[in-house]
Design a protein around this ligand. Structure first.
Ligand SMILES: Nc1ncnc2c1ncn2[C@@H]1O[C@H](COP(=O)(O)OP(=O)(O)OP(=O)(O)O)[C@@H](O)[C@H]1O
Length: 524
């Protein structure tokens, strides 16, 4: 008796020490084998679906389908009653899986199959005891056996509960993470919608993509027609990224002469070339820790494209005239209104650079393809105007919106903005903009690529006093004459009001005044 008590306590301690179900079942079966002189002992666990019995000690042979009643385990589980199975009866059972287990058990003379369930009747699995002695009552009616079986059931339930709780916790955490991700994405998209306005499907998708791009370190290539918002998108990527507190360095590759672009980007040492009186830090170095925005990348000279590709691969570069390389940790955002594929075909843009730049491509639809955005954009520009001027129109009438919807907006959102700002000037404060306030047929606003492909050379400029395009010999003088003519015409249009003329041309009054002085433009 004393001996039995000791054995019982040792067994109980071994069981309660196990901290996972697999170890618990393994320990229990080993201890039962040892204590009751069994040849083999298995504990099969019912899975969560309740359809499969499984014993990890048996490997692949340890999987049994509970719906297959030709298997004695399925039968025992269904009846809820233990069953003794003789060797002769086992031989007769025509079930390949059971025969494999029987073989693995060393073909004992007798098997004891006992379903285990918790207090509430929930099935846990099956205990299989194997030995040559057929007197099972002598074992399973012993207090030591029944006590251990009860302890095993309790520990089994506790392990399942812990596993369920851990699983529930994991599930909860995953759902919370997902919620958090969705919530963060929603909040960031909302924030972006304040500067990148528009409720069209393509704008909503674009904002989601921008937020995703901002969360990565990939190079972003923004493509879209002139004036459709590439600059706004590039700023959005920077502002929503982890680099937002770092610098955003903007380089317009089309605005800097080819000869200067390299030294602007890479920087130079003193005396690196004639005229380099001072060492100068390049824009690549200035973008360290932030974002480098290469606008109009399609205009970058081929030779510089190869150098940029090398920088993008290593983030290392050598300033002109320098011996040492420098490192800059920047994220690249590039933009272009040019069809880069076409430029690649024409041999004017490197294909490998294109792939490097467009790790995360973003495409902005032209305004004419998303007329749903006209209203929200118009109201946005009216609000900006009113905030800046202190007063302005109340809104825009539906007739005016219809008129806008019929216009193709070759200059995209920039053109819409100019049209609305001009309309604001003509609309009494507090009224709605009406169709007659919209100047849609006037001069096309000068886009950033004025004089480029979008203005065919054969089209005469409809401003008196200017030479025909093919007669121009001094481009700078012609451009200045053109600028002066536009300013003069605009001043005439506004009866000499410089504030309004400057406003309509999208320039500060001070700049207009300076240009009037320079070109000697006077309109009374
Ligand atoms: N979705 C938008 N919401 C609010 N403002 C916009 C939007 N798209 C463009 N804009 C405004 O339109 C004007 C032109 O936009 P932006 O400069 O970003 O165009 P772009 O595509 O970079 O032009 P370019 O090809 O000439 O460089 C800016 O005043 C900008 O703020």
């Amino acid at each position: 008796m004393q001996m039995e008590l000791h054995t019982g306590i040792d067994l109980a301690v071994a069981l309660v020490r196990q901290d996972n179900l697999t170890d618990l079942l393994r320990t229990a079966t080993r201890q039962l084998s040892k204590t009751f002189g069994l040849d083999r002992c298995w504990a099969l666990e019912l899975d969560m679906s309740g359809r499969t019995l499984h014993c990890s000690d048996l490997g692949e042979a340890g999987e049994f389908d509970c719906g297959d009643f030709s298997h004695p385990f399925a039968h025992v589980l269904r009846s809820g009653q233990p069953q003794a199975l003789s060797r002769a009866a086992s031989h007769r059972l025509d079930h390949a899986g059971f025969q494999a287990l029987f073989e693995a058990s060393g073909r004992p003379r007798s098997l004891w199959l006992e379903p285990l369930q918790d207090e509430g009747g929930r099935l846990l699995g099956v205990l299989v005891l194997c030995r040559d002695d057929v007197d099972w009552q002598g074992v399973v009616e012993q207090p030591l056996y029944t006590g251990l079986r009860e302890l095993l059931v309790r520990q089994w339930v506790a392990q399942l509960r812990t596993r369920d709780q851990a699983w529930q916790r994991r599930l909860l955490k995953r759902s919370l993470d997902q919620l958090h991700d969705t919530e963060t994405l929603r909040r960031r998209c909302e924030r972006l919608a304040r500067t990148l306005v528009g409720g069209s499907e393509s704008m909503v998708q674009l904002r989601t993509q921008i937020v995703r791009a901002a969360g990565s370190q990939l190079s972003v290539l923004v493509q879209g027609e002139t004036g459709c918002g590439k600059d706004v998108v590039a700023r959005g990527v920077h502002d929503l990224s982890a680099r937002a507190s770092g610098p955003l360095v903007v380089v317009n590759c089309a605005a800097i002469p080819d000869t200067l672009l390299e030294s602007e980007l890479f920087g130079h040492t003193r005396g690196a070339f004639s005229g380099a009186d001072q060492a100068k830090e390049g824009l690549l170095a200035q973008a360290d820790g932030g974002t480098l925005f290469l606008d109009e990348i399609g205009d970058m000279p081929l030779a510089l494209q190869s150098k940029l590709l090398r920088v993008l691969e290593s983030r290392r570069f050598r300033p002109l005239g320098a011996r040492e390389e420098r490192h800059s940790d920047f994220r690249l955002v590039a933009a272009t209104h040019q069809p880069l594929q076409q430029r690649i075909e024409d041999g004017r843009f490197r294909r490998d650079l294109y792939y490097r730049l467009s790790q995360f491509p973003l495409r902005i639809a032209p305004l004419r393809e998303r007329p749903e955005d006209l209203e929200s954009l118009s109201r946005h520009f009216i609000r900006l105007y009113t905030e800046r001027e202190g007063s302005g129109p109340m809104g825009i009438s539906s007739h005016a919106l219809h008129r806008l919807a019929d216009y193709p907006f070759p200059g995209n959102v920039r053109e819409l903005r100019n049209i609305i700002e001009l309309a604001c000037l003509h609309t009494p404060a507090g009224d709605d903009i009406q169709p007659e306030h919209l100047h849609l047929d006037g001069l096309p606003e000068a886009p950033s690529d004025w004089g480029g492909a979008s203005v065919p050379l054969s089209v005469p400029i409809p401003i008196p006093g200017l030479p025909a395009l093919e007669e121009i010999q001094d481009l700078k003088a012609a451009a200045q004459a053109f600028e002066a003519a536009v300013i003069r015409a605009r001043l005439r249009q506004y009866g000499g009001n410089r504030a309004q003329a400057a406003q309509s041309l999208g320039m500060p009054k001070r700049t207009l005044a300076h240009k009037c002085l320079k070109y000697q433009v006077t309109v009374s």
